[in-house]
Design a protein around this ligand. Structure first.
Ligand SMILES: Cc1cc2nc3c(=O)[nH]c(=O)nc-3n(C[C@H](O)[C@H](O)[C@H](O)COP(=O)(O)OP(=O)(O)OC[C@H]3O[C@@H](n4cnc5c(N)ncnc54)[C@H](O)[C@@H]3O)c2cc1C
Length: 394
């Protein structure tokens, strides 16, 4: 039997997160967002509000200071943040911290690692980052040039990583490095690197098109010394275990704020289209406008169902790798197009900063790139459905 309804607890969760955000985050955001977007600065007051509501450790087990939310509950909560209108960049930083860094740590960490790091991510004492992408290319993520060589009781890391969310403000970096080049994806290990470790540097902060409240940077390892107890998961299993787990969440749960955002945008467009007049009648009477809004609404419903299904697979302990790629591929192209069309519906006002759709477009444009491009998702799906083998693409 299939039941498409959300449990009452999840409906309540969505309402409480939405209410909290509308009452506590949005009033602060209204005052600082456009200025911080222009200056490309992190919104610490909003981060404090995330902390206050327990969002910084939302999916972590309660014994490590988290809320014990599973993937579906996290999806519902994150979607509510989008529906409330919480800044896309701030939610991206929240996701890098909790999902990209925290989820693999809670899944593969030793008891000692979880006590030492997960608890501090949950309280906000540490800010988490995930570092896979390298300057020579992010799509080819199994041919990492960053290396780790064992020396006594330490690993020595050399190399660099680029486009790392939260790097300029980060304290804990989940880093992937090649430990046995001959083994391909089975020769990569995950390490927990603290910002104060010898030989670790944030070399620069990067300027971006969108999500500008979320700081992004490049990091360097120059004979960086990492204690052996900071290997996350098994040696050489960093890609096969850790990264695949991350990709499942990153390509589904992490995109849920944009699903909530589109719902908010549609609400605004409906009101605008019914009120804005052209040629003596509301623009909602024009078929061209109706088509854009109807297409958005249909995409929204399809996306939400698909998204919840991927989260449901994750909560069953499965690795819905192809499903997550399919969702990301569908949603990335759809939402970028819908926000582009939303600007069109507002005409000249859509182009103005104060209406925030231009910011929304700059933010959402990342979805077809970050976490694996649309082209790479299409390749993953093609390989799976056509049964092709060959060089691995993840
Ligand atoms: C704002 C932002 C935040 C990010 N945050 C993080 C983070 O926190 N941690 C992290 O590790 N990474 C992060 N990334 C990196 C992101 O995941 C990569 O940018 C992405 O995977 C693409 O890699 P690339 O930019 O090197 O593009 P490339 O791999 O150089 O690709 C260039 C182009 O070639 C295409 N292409 C490549 N291979 C194929 C193929 N086989 N078939 C068809 N087309 C192909 C791509 O689709 C793309 O169009 C972030 C990126 C951005 C922009």
């Amino acid at each position: 039997m299939i039941d498409f309804s959300l449990e009452p607890e999840l409906i309540q969760l969505r309402e409480s997160v939405w209410k909290y955000a509308v009452e506590n985050i949005i009033p602060i955001q209204e005052k600082i967002q456009l200025e911080l977007d222009a200056k490309e600065e992190f919104a610490w007051p909003i981060w404090e509000k995330f902390k206050e509501f327990g969002l910084l450790g939302f999916p972590f087990p309660e014994e490590y200071g988290g809320q014990g939310a599973n993937a579906l509950a996290t999806t519902v909560a994150w979607e509510a943040l989008g529906l409330a209108g919480v800044d896309g960049g701030m939610v991206m930083s929240l996701s890098a911290h909790t999902i990209l860094c925290g989820v693999p740590l809670m899944t593969y960490g030793t008891e000692e690692q979880k006590r030492k790091y997960l608890t501090r991510l949950a309280t906000g004492e540490m800010i988490g980052c995930f570092a896979l992408t390298e300057p020579h290319g992010g799509s080819d993520s199994i041919h990492l040039k960053t290396t780790a060589v064992k020396k006594g009781d330490r690993w020595i890391l050399n190399g660099s990583k680029i486009f790392i969310t939260n790097a300029p403000i980060g304290d804990l970096f989940l880093v992937l490095a090649t430990t046995d080049k001959s083994l391909g994806s089975a020769g990569i290990t995950a390490f927990l690197v603290e910002k104060n470790f010898k030989g670790f540097y944030v070399s620069r902060k990067l300027e971006k098109m969108g999500n500008r409240l979320s700081p992004t940077g490049e990091i360097v390892f120059s004979d960086c010394e990492v204690p052996e107890e900071n290997v996350l998961g098994e040696v050489n299993m960093g890609f096969i275990q850790v990264v695949r787990t991350i990709f499942g969440w990153e390509r589904s749960v992490m995109l849920s704020p944009s699903v909530g955002s589109l719902e908010l945008v549609i609400k605004g467009l409906m009101a605008y289209a019914n009120q804005r007049q052209a040629f003596g009648k509301p623009i909602s009477y024009f078929q061209a406008i109706q088509k854009k809004i109807v297409d958005m609404k249909v995409s929204l419903e399809v996306a939400r169902s698909y998204l919840y299904r991927v989260a449901w697979h994750i909560d069953r302990g499965e690795l819905p790798f192809v499903e997550a790629s399919s969702f990301k591929l569908f949603w990335g192209d759809a939402v970028v197009n819908h926000i582009y069309e939303a600007i069109q519906i507002l005409g000249g006002y859509g182009y103005m900063r104060e209406f925030k759709l231009e910011k929304g477009y700059r933010d959402v444009r990342l979805i077809t790139i970050g976490g694996g491009t649309s082209e790479v998702q299409r390749t993953i799906i093609a390989r799976a459905i056509l049964g092709l083998s060959g060089r691995e693409i993840e």
